[in-house]
Design a protein around this ligand. Structure first.
Ligand code: AMP
Ligand code: GLY
Length: 424
């Protein structure tokens, strides 16, 4: 099969890495990709959000299967456009991608179908939102309805903070139209984990759990990021917790989406809060996590193309997934300054030496190669140093050994990835 992966981050490099291992893949393309992906796929210079150009490219080049990495093209309807021209794609329709694209839609669906989740209200009027906050009190969580690059959530510890968030989102439009509507919800305490399941419209096949580190600094301090590291499996997700996630969250959602005439196909990424043995759903994402995908692909032994195709074609029933028994861990290297402003086009050296550490694969998240073949950093999150080993501790040691071989003065990473797992 000629397979096109859409996206340019660490998640897409991890997907390409896994797809390359499949005997079903005869040719791999990636739009727009990065310097790491270029070592295993042909790059196609089309932006991930350019739905029309991607569709035209897939038709003109007889692409057999498109694997859509990020949420933006899904919300914009890339899977629908490809279906309309008869090209198979992995990823939900725009209607189903609203599970991530609209937090209000997501909350209404899960409430309607009985999924345990935080109590909430939806607001298009700032005064009504503020009255709700004054009535409920702090702590309380204020979210933009629409996509805000992972930044549209304020966990307010005081009422004043929550009221300020309403003004920033609704009056000052800090997140543009994403803040035209807000979801305000009950604060949930506990330990967070992520769980991934493949869904074909009807059947859900559990994949695995992971945990990431959202804060930029050691000890989970500083501002939120897209994720500074992750590991899988997640010790907090015991078999009983996994049973709750599937029975109480994923399966009712899949049945509900089908009943609503919006069958969900793709990977369902559940963000969960686990407190005293009980699971509550925080959010859904309609794609693999980044950097969680890196550790899932490191552990996956089954043929990824076979699984993704089965999800796209409604044939997941009866499928099973084989995992490496060893845990995997990824340390994200980011450009100094991230998640704030940072320098671009700084030179990274030592990647080959880093990749020679046993069990380590250096996945690229934001890189390009210049005319001399040097690797330059182009994004905030730049590399995902991924390691697999018999224990989390050894995986961590391998990853940091590789990090220490990378010569990139303008880069940094957290030094405590997986501290929670190591404490258990
Ligand atoms: P979301 O994008 O909805 O997952 O929110 C981003 C982050 O905000 C989550 O990963 C949590 O750490 C936090 N968060 C979201 N909703 C809640 C909640 N109801 N209670 C506590 N923390 C929350
Ligand atoms: N790492 C969190 C996410 O991909 O949304």
């Amino acid at each position: 099969m000629r397979i096109l992966v859409v996206g340019s981050g660490g998640r897409e490099h991890a997907l390409c890495w896994a797809i390359r291992r499949s005997p079903l893949c005869t040719e791999l393309l990636c739009a727009p990709g990065n310097a790491g992906i270029a070592q295993m796929a042909t790059l196609v210079p089309i932006a991930a959000e350019d739905v029309e150009a991607l569709t035209a490219y897939a038709v003109d080049n007889a692409v057999d299967f498109v694997v859509i990495g990020p949420e933006a093209p899904l919300v914009l309807g890339l899977a629908d456009r490809l279906a309309a021209v008869g090209i198979k794609a992995f990823g939900p329709s725009a209607a189903a991608a609203a599970l991530e694209g609209s937090k209000g839609f997501m909350k209404d669906i899960v409430a309607k179908y009985g999924v345990p989740t935080a109590a909430y209200g939806r607001f298009t009027d700032a005064d009504a939102a503020k009255a709700f906050i004054r009535d409920k009190g702090a702590p309380i969580v204020v979210k933009t309805d629409g996509l805000a690059a992972g930044k549209g959530v304020v966990v307010a510890m005081t009422e004043a903070e929550a009221l300020e968030a309403v003004d920033a989102m609704m009056a000052d439009k800090v997140f543009g139209a994403a803040g035209d509507e807000l979801v305000i919800e009950e604060f949930l305490a506990g330990e967070e984990a992520s769980f991934f399941a493949l869904v074909d419209g009807e059947t859900a096949l559990p994949l695995a759990a992971a945990q990431d580190h959202k804060r930029v600094g050691d000890g989970d301090t500083g501002p939120n990021t897209g994720g500074m590291g992750a590991y899988s499996p997640a010790p907090v997700v015991t078999p009983e917790i996994e049973r709750q996630i599937m029975e109480l969250c994923v399966l009712p959602t899949v049945r509900g989406m089908a009943a609503e005439g919006k069958p969900y196909k793709g990977v369902l990424f559940a963000g969960l809060m686990i407190d005293h043995g009980a699971v509550k759903l925080l959010e859904y994402n309609v794609r693999f996590g980044d950097p969680e995908c890196q550790v899932l692909m490191a552990r996956l032994k089954s043929d990824i193309v076979d699984l993704l195709l089965a999800a796209a074609e409604g044939k997941l029933a009866g499928k099973t997934v084989d995992w490496h028994p060893d845990p995997a861990l990824v340390v994200v290297m980011a450009a100094e300054g991230y998640p704030g402003p940072y320098q671009k086009d700084t030179v990274i050296e030592g990647l080959d030496e880093a990749g020679r550490v046993e069990g380590v694969t250096v996945l690229h998240a934001g890189t390009r190669a210049d005319a001399e073949g040097r690797i330059l950093a182009t994004g905030g999150r730049v590399l995902g140093v991924t390691a697999i080993a018999p224990t989390v501790r050894e995986a961590r040691d391998r990853a940091y050994q590789a990090v220490d071989r990378i010569r990139w003065p303008q880069g940094f990473c957290r030094r405590d990835i997986a501290w929670r797992a190591l404490q258990k």
